[in-house]
Design a protein around this ligand. Structure first.
Ligand code: UD1
Length: 449
């Protein structure tokens, strides 16, 4: 699968180019899709956004340089790079690599306007506190998918010895030295596990985190920390054991590939009745999705680090419940619902991880989908075809779902606020176009339909 250079994210304000210079503000773009083309070909999967973000935050733990090869151009990565630059880190692009060094860091310097853009910015709290004995972090923002509290992060940091004060829109942490602790998470939160894992890696003594998140991105963070000299055991299980070390050093580290990006292309292939190979992937990471797609009638072949999906005829209805890993990932719930809205029967989709993650449903209904919601469950009765419509994206994965629906639909669709896609998908329309989709970004959609 041939690599090709990334283009910088489009249509956004104040994005940095490869040399760290601001790219000029552009008009907010919209996505135009003429549906009906089955996808065919190969598509290259980038390094995982959700692994890059905590790993980038973890670079704050060492004064030495860290090199992350092949980090995609994504808004969320750009936002965290900016936060870290504001703190004093040197962050630069060297070709497709990201090189970070954090020597003179101001742990009180995180700018509110950047942190509010993205919930994952809160991942700087653990590393800053652990290395500098203090941190001030504005309360985070993020996708509009529920209240998304940070109580588990806070409880864990307090257990490690932090004094936490809430200010006007920010949290202030102090602890001259963190000490190991026994922490039980009420819910296996990915972000809380990552924040605590980073903090514990340089705390005094042993920390255990029970009911820890087991997501591949948490394992990747643990592997990254170990490459810096940390001692972490049990990554990928519900119990993490971390022995704090006095200092972490630099490293070069290859982040895992993005299972959610790969899953999005696979689901799009299933929805359009195509034949696509995605890679590189770790097929193990895609198991929960592949099991469901097989159940729905997709033909799936694994070969090394690639997955091929062939779809003949309509999908069969299935029941899906989102759960923490190794359950079905919530980030693929909306994309899969888009595909199942054209299945031959009624699917039942239950979202247990986030509240308010059905914001794509009214948009799918505008295309003719038959979806009823009761609490956290959606009853999706497949229709023979969706029809193109003017759509509005509310968050990253909802936007991906609308792209999939539009690719499979009859006729033209536009997607407003398509910038959400740039948070998590590099070169999305170029990749879909290479697979045969009729998809384009334009500056305005008002006269198109
Ligand atoms: C991460 C992912 C996101 C994914 C999610 C679940 C990143 C950057 N984002 O988000 O794409 O959808 O995992 O796989 O990696 N919760 C609390 N208290 C807390 C923390 C979380 O109640 O202190 C709740 C949340 O409100 C939510 C659930 O736990 O209902 C899951 O959240 P969490 O696992 O923390 O997700 P994130 O780390 O935010």
């Amino acid at each position: 699968m041939g690599g090709r250079p990334h283009s910088a994210p489009k249509g956004t304000e104040g994005i940095l180019d490869r040399d760290g210079q601001e790219i000029e503000t552009a008009v907010e773009p919209d996505l135009y899709i003429q549906g009906g083309n089955p996808l065919h070909g190969d598509v290259r999967v980038e390094a995982s956004k959700n692994a890059v973000l905590p790993i980038l935050a973890a670079t704050l733990l060492t004064p030495d340089p860290v090199c992350l090869p092949g980090v995609p151009w994504l808004h969320d990565v750009d936002t965290l790079c900016r936060v870290q630059r504001a703190l004093g880190s040197e962050v630069r692009r060297e070709g497709r690599d990201l090189v970070v060094q954090s020597v003179d860091v101001n742990p009180f310097g995180a700018p509110e306007h950047l942190v509010r853009r993205m919930r994952a910015s809160f991942l700087i709290a653990g590393p800053l506190l652990a290395r500098f004995g203090a941190a001030r972090v504005p309360l985070p923002g993020g996708c509009a998918i529920g209240s998304r509290p940070i109580d588990l992060h806070l409880k864990g940091l307090i257990a490690l010895g932090a004094d936490v004060q809430a200010g006007n829109g920010y949290m202030e942490f102090r602890a001259p030295r963190l000490h190991g602790a026994s922490i039980y998470l009420d819910f296996p939160s990915v972000g809380a596990t990552e924040n605590l894992l980073m903090a514990a890696s340089v705390a005094d003594g042993w920390t255990t985190i029970e009911n820890a998140a087991q997501e591949p991105e948490v394992v990747d963070l643990a592997n990254f920390l170990c490459s810096l000299g940390a001692e972490v055991r049990g990554a990928g299980t519900a119990e993490l054991r971390i022995h704090g070390v006095s200092r972490l050093h630099g490293a070069e580290y290859q982040v895992i590939s993005d299972r959610i990006e790969a899953g999005t292309y696979l689901v799009a292939t299933a929805a359009t009745g195509g034949d696509v190979t995605v890679g590189p992937v770790l097929p193990e990471h895609l198991k929960p999705l592949l099991a469901k797609l097989r159940e729905a009638g997709s033909e799936i072949e694994l070969s090394g680090d690639a997955v091929r999906l062939r779809q003949r005829g309509r999908l069969q209805p299935i029941d899906v419940k989102t759960l923490p890993h190794p359950g079905f990932p919530t980030d693929l719930q909306a994309p899969l619902m888009a595909a199942l809205s054209m299945a031959q029967g009624t699917s039942v989709i239950t979202e247990t991880v986030f509240e308010n993650r059905f914001m794509h449903v009214p948009e799918l209904r505008r295309m003719g989908a038959d979806i009823k919601i009761e609490g956290r469950t959606a009853m999706v009765t497949g229709v023979s075809h969706l029809t193109g419509a003017n759509l509005h994206a509310s968050d990253l994965r909802a936007a991906a779902a609308l792209v999939i629906a539009a690719l499979a639909a009859e006729g033209k669709s536009t997607i407003a606020d398509a910038y959400h896609l740039d948070r998590g998908y590099a070169d999305l329309e170029e990749k879909f176009a290479q697979l045969g989709a009729d998809i384009e970004r334009r500056a305005s959609c008002s006269e198109a339909l």
